[in-house]
Write a protein that binds this ligand. Structure first.
Ligand SMILES: CC(C)(COP(=O)(O)OP(=O)(O)OC[C@H]1O[C@@H](n2cnc3c(N)ncnc32)[C@H](O)[C@@H]1O)[C@@H](O)C(=O)NCCC(=O)NCCS
Ligand SMILES: Nc1ncnc2c1ncn2[C@@H]1O[C@H](COP(=O)(O)OP(=O)(O)OP(=O)(O)O)[C@@H](O)[C@H]1O
Length: 214
């Protein structure tokens, strides 16, 4: 089924106070390499609209306002007058304060774009992959949250291979993320990515049933 096709879902969008269509918004989150994008793809395959903050995070580097602010805050991370992702990455993942400064610029721009897209989405529910949901306190803006959990060594190995990073570089990113292993996440829908892709597909099916029947 093509993405954006909501026709097979019997659930109709409800109307809010403004009379505007209101679709239920579900965030997909989890640590680096946990399988968020894979889960997002499996959900999209079933015809739901699914957005990705990772993709939007790349798009905003085309926005003149964002570029200007990043260059002002990180003049040492430019190449040919534009923000250089490699230099930024080397700077921010080593120093929490610099990461917070970058996020202060990027997160509002990312979330603005995401909310605008979700408002226009056709499917109900609509999903969004939001890697830094808890770090940014954005969970309150969603009607539901799916937390994808995967064993740490499997995450590190998969990301190192996928992105050509060293295991130390992956661990550095994990250290800057929400501690899914020690924090209470069990009020949300937890999806354990602890098997092969077929098993994950099955689990995604069960989770979707839960949201369809709510
Ligand atoms: C620092 C940047 C330039 C590094 O770019 P690079 O191309 O090397 O990595 P990329 O963007 O593909 O991210 C790879 C992975 O790193 C992790 N990561 C990215 N940003 C962050 C962050 N702010 N905190 C912790 N982990 C992060 C994510 O798991 C992500 O999937 C870039 O990640 C960035 O602009 N980050 C700030 C925007 C942001 O917070 N993005 C997260 C999605 S909401
Ligand atoms: N159950 C699984 N079986 C085999 N490979 C998997 C499984 N889940 C995820 N992977 C692989 O692990 C890697 C990381 O998964 P994915 O990209 O979905 O994670 P992510 O949480 O979106 O990562 P990031 O935070 O870096 O964006 C990918 O190469 C993916 O194909």
């Amino acid at each position: 089924m093509p993405p954006n096709c909501a026709s097979r879902w019997s659930r109709k969008c409800t109307k809010g106070k403004t009379g505007m269509r209101q679709n239920k918004k579900i965030a997909i989150t989890g640590g680096i390499g946990s399988g968020k994008s894979t889960v997002a793809r499996l959900i999209a395959e079933r015809g739901y609209d699914v957005f990705s903050c990772d993709l939007i995070a790349h798009e905003i580097y085309e926005e003149p306002n964002v570029v200007r602010e990043i260059l002002r805050e990180f003049p040492d991370c430019a190449t040919n007058g534009l923000p250089d992702r490699k230099k930024l990455s080397a700077a921010v993942f080593r120093e929490k304060e610099r990461l917070r400064a970058l996020e202060k610029i990027t997160h509002p721009a990312i979330m603005r774009k995401l909310y605008a897209r979700m408002e226009k989405a056709l499917s109900d529910p609509v999903f969004a992959e939001v890697p830094l949901l808890f770090e940014g306190g954005y969970q309150k803006d969603f009607d539901g949250v799916i937390v994808v959990l995967r064993e740490k060594n499997a995450r590190i190995g998969a990301v190192a291979v996928r992105d050509g990073l060293s295991e130390e570089e992956v661990e550095r990113r994990i250290k800057n993320q929400f501690d899914y292993e020690n924090k209470s996440i069990f009020e949300h829908t937890v999806l354990y990515n602890d098997g092969d892709l077929a098993k994950l597909r099955e689990k995604v099916g069960s989770v979707l049933e839960k949201f369809e029947n709510k």
